[in-house]
Design a protein around this ligand. Structure first.
Ligand code: SDX
Length: 386
């Protein structure tokens, strides 16, 4: 048993590592960050509270929160020379390609002065990454639309600052709607961490070689990009566009069930959850709140709800415990905030940076060995060249 939880030997045999950060019970649809249910964090904490919790194990006191917020605000700018990296990309490059390249390039700016073995330096790396990801993400968007990049502002909140850098221009700086800033912050909280998912396992694996944290996070971004993982939020909106109307839902469900058809119902199913993804429930509730507050009647939300209703009644999905996951509704909120589809996975990567770096920090804070999975060899037996 590990602390308060006991696991069956079968589970222990497959566990890849121990961690104190996040607990998931896939059968019951439970997600806890340092013991706190995601539903409560989404309602009562903001993203910087959640970052502090994931990094340090406790929610911050008012004084700790003020100090942490100050540190983050004072690291939001990037080295001015970093801008030149963007010019190497085509304007129509996918923002995830730009994010992956530019975050990896941070190794060339900040890594030399940081020693992975020094706990203070690990803290500085974590703070720098959490602070700079919104700036780099917004720079990638501005580059893709040919607009000048906006500098971060220290008088704005974390999510507010990101939306400022995304949507304001030097010609006109409009105040950011508190409704949109709150919805953006909620999205950040819901994507912050999720145990040993593919991208977090990638960050731990790269970190286990002693690579610098910026290279580790760039590897996590690359892993997240796939449509089976973080790329699903963008794929859900594209899928809803393709389905078009409620009348087409049955046709697409048939495609999803056809083993000869590569089509999967995007935003449905999960490696661990065999019940509702608790984040999907909060996301759906946030969807209703944000669209109501903005007075938006989005036909894609109607379509998504109908699709969920019909799929959950379908024996194929019920027998396989396939439920909506975190990506099913997130795209509809992001669209309501004004985020273009191409930036959806970038938002996921921005949010998950704290999860990745918290796992990196946890691993390096104790004894660890280089990650070296073994294999089941099914190739030729030893033979000689004739
Ligand atoms: C994320 O790991 C994490 O924690 C990830 C994540 C995080 O926060 O980091 O939660 C974020 O990645 C969420 C998942 C986003 N991806 C998608 O929404 C893409 C669509 N989903 C599928 O690609 C799929 O559900 C996976 C990849 C998520 C899981 O695939 P698995 O491991 O094959 O799922 P499974 O073992 O439960 O599948 C059981 C059956 C299989 O059919 P049979 O062989 O039993 O006949 O269900 C089928 C699968 O083919 N199936 C689907 C399906 N998902 C599984 N059939 C149709 N549509 C789907 N979406």
């Amino acid at each position: 048993s590990a602390g308060a939880y006991t696991f069956d030997p079968g589970f222990m045999a497959t566990a890849s590592c121990e961690s104190k950060i996040t607990f998931i019970d896939g059968d019951k649809g439970i997600l806890l960050h340092r013991g706190y249910p995601i539903e409560q964090l989404a309602e009562k904490a903001d993203y910087l509270d959640t970052c502090y919790l994931l990094l340090n194990g406790e929610l911050p006191t008012a004084e700790q929160k003020a100090q942490f917020t100050d540190v983050i605000k004072n690291h939001t700018m990037v080295h001015e020379q970093l801008k030149s990296f963007f010019n190497g990309f085509r304007r129509d490059a996918h923002p995830m390609a730009i994010l992956c390249g530019v975050v990896g390039a941070l190794s060339a700016f900040y890594h030399d002065s940081l020693d992975n073995n020094n706990p203070q330096h690990r803290e500085i790396s974590a703070h720098r990454l959490i602070a700079k990801m919104p700036t780099i993400a917004a720079m990638a968007y501005k580059y893709s639309i040919g607009q000048p990049m906006m500098y971060p502002r220290n008088d704005l909140g974390y999510a507010e600052n990101f939306l400022h850098m995304m949507f304001n221009t030097p010609c006109e700086e409009k105040p950011i709607s508190p409704v949109l800033a709150k919805a953006m912050d909620r999205i950040f909280v819901l994507h912050a961490d999720h145990e040993q998912n593919a991208s977090t396992s990638t960050v731990r694996s790269v970190g286990s070689t002693g690579a610098n944290p910026f290279a580790c996070i760039a590897a996590g971004i690359a892993a997240l990009w796939g449509p089976a993982h973080g790329g699903a939020n963008e794929a859900v909106l594209l899928m809803l566009d393709e389905i078009g109307t409620v009348e087409n839902v049955e046709k697409f469900l048939a495609k999803a069930k056809d083993k000869n058809d590569p089509f999967k119902l995007m935003g449905f199913g999960h490696r661990v959850y065999k019940n509702f993804d608790p984040r999907a429930r909060v996301m759906k509730k946030t969807c209703d709140e944000v669209l109501a507050e903005l007075g938006i009647n989005d036909p894609q939300l109607e379509l998504a709800m109908k699709l969920e209703e019909i799929a959950l009644k379908d024996p194929y999905f019920a027998e396989r415990n396939l439920y909506p996951n975190v990506d099913f509704y997130s795209g509809i909120i992001l669209k309501a905030i004004g985020i273009p589809t191409s930036m959806f996975t970038v938002i996921f990567a921005l949010s998950r940076t704290v999860g990745w770096i918290s796992h990196w920090k946890e691993m390096l804070s104790g004894p660890y060995k280089i990650n070296r999975p073994r294999q089941l060899y099914t190739g030729s037996v030893k033979r000689d060249i004739p």
